[in-house]
Design a protein around this ligand. Structure first.
Ligand code: AMP
Length: 282
């Protein structure tokens, strides 16, 4: 596996593959790899001749009070894991390489990026859309793989690709979970042992919501309240949102149908923010 920290070298690598007629898949990440990231990489290998993983903790998608400084960074560990997963190139630019002092451009997906996480993290999806646009230009992938764990991000990227006519395919990959059901996340590492044990309530609340929707409950607000109450039984757990939305438009659902998705964001002791989601009818 080759590692590139500068944009020019990454472009050269891609150009040489292009001359050989080789296709490329991109997996954008912020690192501290877990099985969720690795399964995206393995999926990417089935979709193209070569796989590029970008590892960049993007300052533009973090709010001023968020965890940019403390976000786990373990480049050598991640590099070994990516190589093992069969990645061909790891792109690890610095913030200075990606954002010149004069940087002034922002990509805004105005509708899909506003609600849910966009409401509590203003500007977050502008940062995501901007960096992903840059990565698409630098790597010129034929396909890019994103996790369904970040459902809203995936929806924003699909919109971005359609609206700006990027010539590439977006593939969504199912959520990879721990044995007890907690969605894998680099941020799970911030949880204490007790918080980690209690965090299983997120995925359990999703299963409860599916059960309610499929068997007895037809009122959206009743499902949302049941989920909120279930999670907030755990000391220190506070629901930021538990909202039934249409899986494509992300608009709050007025009534349940086959596209209904429950999206969740939970604060743990005001220190750790966890997200999860599930379709209500699978
Ligand atoms: P991150 O490094 O957290 O920005 O994530 C990089 C990519 O991995 C994103 O497309 C995420 O949606 C995806 N991802 C993160 N955690 C998971 C997971 N548990 N299952 C599936 N995909 C994931």
């Amino acid at each position: 596996m080759n590692r590139y920290a500068d944009i020019a070298a990454m472009r050269q690598c891609r150009a040489s593959w292009q001359r050989q007629g080789l296709s490329a898949a991109l997996v954008p990440t912020m690192g501290f790899f877990h099985e969720g990231h690795l399964s995206l990489m393995r999926r990417a290998k089935t979709l193209a001749d070569r796989v590029v993983v970008s590892l960049f903790v993007n300052p533009m998608q973090f709010g001023p009070a968020e965890d940019l400084a403390s976000y786990p960074r373990y480049l050598e560990r991640d590099s070994a894991l990516a190589a093992e997963a069969g990645v061909d190139a790891l792109f690890t630019p610095t913030a200075a390489e990606m954002y010149s002092p004069n940087f002034q451009t922002k990509v805004v997906v105005s509708g899909l990026g506003q609600g849910l996480c966009g409401a509590s993290r203003p500007g977050h999806f502008d940062g995501v859309a901007t960096v992903v646009t840059k990565l698409f230009h630098i790597v010129a992938p034929d396909v890019a793989v994103f996790g369904e764990k970040d459902w809203q991000q995936l929806a924003v990227i699909r919109r971005l690709v359609a609206d700006l006519n990027f010539n590439l395919r977006i593939v969504g990959h199912p959520i990879v979970r721990e044995a007890d059901g907690l969605a894998m996340s680099s941020r799970n590492t911030y949880l204490t042992k007790e918080e980690r044990q209690a965090a299983v309530c997120l995925c359990r609340s999703l299963i409860m919501a599916q059960d309610l929707a499929q068997h007895k409950e037809t009122v959206v607000a009743a499902i949302e309240k049941a989920v909120r109450d279930f999670i907030e039984q755990n000391p220190g757990f506070s629901v930021e949102y538990a909202t039934v939305v249409d899986g494509a438009s992300l608009m709050p659902a007025a009534k349940l149908d086959e596209n209904s998705l429950l999206a969740l964001a939970v604060q743990v002791n005001g220190r750790v923010r966890l997200i999860d989601n599930a379709r209500l009818f699978c």
